[in-house]
Design a protein around this ligand. Structure first.
Ligand code: UDP
Ligand code: MG
Length: 201
């Protein structure tokens, strides 16, 4: 099958105007170094700061690569991802948070795991992701992941909720993400029949 682009990066965002230029420059650098054809889809989830202006500027300066989707109000991360998935044209679709907690340097390896190693979905996992978080946040997170592993039978994922994930195109076109479902996407994917789920540490 022919694909229009190697990679679509989908970035859901709410009030992230400060990090967007740096995030885009970083993604662009990685894509150029590796010679990927790509698009970055910024989904502005009703930001009340300057995010939309920043996205408009970025898309004017990089019209071939940057697309913006704008919600009229704050609907949440799941609807933002879902809209980005609808628009994505790449062979591999990568989601990334806008707050620079996820590193674009991981994109080439994620791409390779999907295209060459046959994974349907690869989740990022940062050993130090919860570093600095209070126990009131890390303990529920651990419980959440332990429960999700048990219920889903996806035993190899440490962090279901990691914003950095890569998908084979078919996967994101087969699932519907709404409400708070972004936390459970690996489970949705498994139920849609995609069983090759991996993690990149
Ligand atoms: N986000 C969004 N809509 C919201 C809340 C968050 O699009 O209503 C975006 C946010 O800007 C970021 C990503 O979703 O790009 C993850 O959000 P956050 O960093 O708050 O989540 P956490 O790191 O705690 O999982
Ligand atoms: Mg975050």
């Amino acid at each position: 099958m022919e694909y229009k682009l190697d990679i679509s990066v989908v970035v859901p965002l709410f009030n992230e105007d400060e990090s967007l230029p740096e995030l885009y420059a970083w993604i662009e650098r990685v894509m150029k170094e590796r010679g990927f054809s790509y698009e970055v889809i910024f989904v502005n989830d009703g930001s009340t700061d300057n995010s939309w202006n920043v996205i408009e500027t970025l898309s004017q300066e990089n019209s071939e690569h940057v697309r913006g989707i704008k919600f009229r109000r704050n609907y949440g991360k799941s609807p933002a991802l879902y809209c980005g998935f609808k628009a994505a044209q790449g062979r591999v679709v990568i989601t990334m948070d806008a707050d620079l907690q996820d590193s674009p340097d991981e994109i080439p390896e994620l791409y390779k795991m999907i295209v060459e190693e046959g994974y349907d979905l690869v989740s990022g996992y940062k050993l130090n992701r919860s570093q600095g978080d209070p126990l009131s946040k890390t303990i529920p997170t651990k419980l959440f992941n332990a429960t999700a592993r048990k219920v889903s039978g996806i035993k190899n994922l440490h962090d279901f909720n990691c914003g950095l994930k890569a998908y084979r195109r078919k996967v994101i076109k087969s699932i519907e993400v709404y409400g708070e479902m972004h936390r459970y996407i690996p489970i949705l994917a498994k139920h849609a029949g995609f069983k090759r789920i991996g993690e990149k540490v």
